[in-house]
Write a protein of this length. Structure first.
Lengths: 220, 220
DNA sequence: ATAAACTAACCTAACGTTTGTTTGGGTTAT
DNA sequence: ATAACCCAAACAAACGTTAGGTTAGTTTAT
């Protein structure tokens, strides 16, 4: 009868649990594991702190479940990034574009991944690879292997991802650089830029125009 | 006379202060701002927690001074990365190599930078740019502008840095990938790989060998 | 059909610990 | 003696977590 607290009552099939995971993902991504308290999470969800311990054993457990929740949420879209149509080259070009669009609209997931990279927890990094990146990565290795044998495929995939990702990761910092222009954050433009660089390099198009000597370098 | 605690006594010209900054840098880089307590820092330095407040106003102040300390420590070596000899092209090649070697041996500095990127604190990111990356970045923009006009110089610099950095940032995660080999962490090999990709792209060398069609792509 | 037992979800209140920080006093060099 | 340096002890607040109780819906026994 007493209509005291916010929103108890109804919980059809883990509604509260999902609400917690969603809000916790947001908060953990924003300020990290130690930057968020259980009380804060409970408060923002609108439940009592003690209730968290009905759904999760402890804070670390909640964090890990948030990771798995976030991974599962992305896994489907993520594996769809590698199309099966077209030549290996068009596949790669399409991937670069899809990838750039994908991470541009992402809010929390990639910040969690980045935090995990920083933390260097082997166990969690393995989860990340097994649950999320493993298949995608192997598909990419196959893709690039079909296009060129002049590079280590593993390194080439790492390079390609870094190429695209760094535009996103430095987004907030780049605004303070002299040559910054907002268009440089446009995922379509980023994708186009990265594609050209990845496929041709700065010499592929430029050398023919300038006749600059690309040698005298320890490149081979 | 009383030889009670660890290492008090002598402190010629901010010796304790420097010791705190060094240890705090290590700890902050390892576990982040919220992952380290003032007590922990004091304990590892071998002083009393209260002493920290003689040298620093509060924790946030300590953290900012750690940042400036870390930046100042790197700024000199960092600006030396852009050599003034050789053609613009050899300059860039040399930079890639020096940069790869540089971040490979770094322990704490780049993790701090990465944490700052995650935190998205505008004020601090500006400090980072002004104190550290600004000049270096502009020099690089000039360098790449001299080599090619087919790319947005700002984006090209971002790409180049991401290209190299990502090999370092994913170092701990990549061990779980199928195609991983320890040689892929060797900075010399990373530098060589990145140089080739940056200068020629995957088609610059490969296309002539395979005759693959690089078109049917929205690259131009 | 209805009462009893069970259960999952949530709460209030508090536990003990750790947090950032302060106070107030002491030591050492100038 | 003045200033810089450092410490032991304590502060209030916030922390993760737990014990115990209330509710409401479901199952079981009669």
């Amino acid at each position: 009868m007493t209509e005291k607290s916010a929103a108890p009552v109804d919980n059809p099939a883990g509604k509260t649990r999902t609400a917690v995971l969603e809000k916790a993902l947001e908060l953990f991504a924003e300020t990290g594991f130690n930057g968020v308290s259980m009380r804060r999470i409970a408060q923002e969800v609108g439940i009592n702190p003690a209730t968290l311990y009905h759904h999760f054993a402890h804070k670390e457990d909640l964090y890990e479940q948030v990771l798995r929740f976030a991974y599962a949420e992305q896994a489907a879209q993520f594996s769809a990034l590698v199309s099966t149509e077209g030549t290996p080259l068009t596949q790669l070009g399409e991937f670069i574009r899809e990838f750039a669009l994908y991470i541009a609209k992402d809010q929390y997931f990639f910040r969690m991944v980045k935090r995990e990279q920083l933390e260097r927890n082997n166990e969690r990094q393995k989860i990340l690879v097994d649950l999320l990146f493993g298949k995608q990565y192997e598909a990419m290795v196959r893709s690039v292997s079909r296009v060129t044998q002049d590079f280590d495929a593993h390194m080439l995939v790492t390079s390609l991802l870094g190429l695209v990702l760094h535009h996103y990761e430095t987004r907030h910092m780049r605004q303070f650089f002299a040559q910054y222009a907002p268009s440089q954050d446009d995922p379509e433009i980023v994708a186009d830029h990265c594609s050209r660089l990845f496929f041709f390099g700065i010499q592929g198009e430029a050398a023919t125009l300038q006749g600059a000597d690309p040698t005298t370098q320890p490149l081979g």
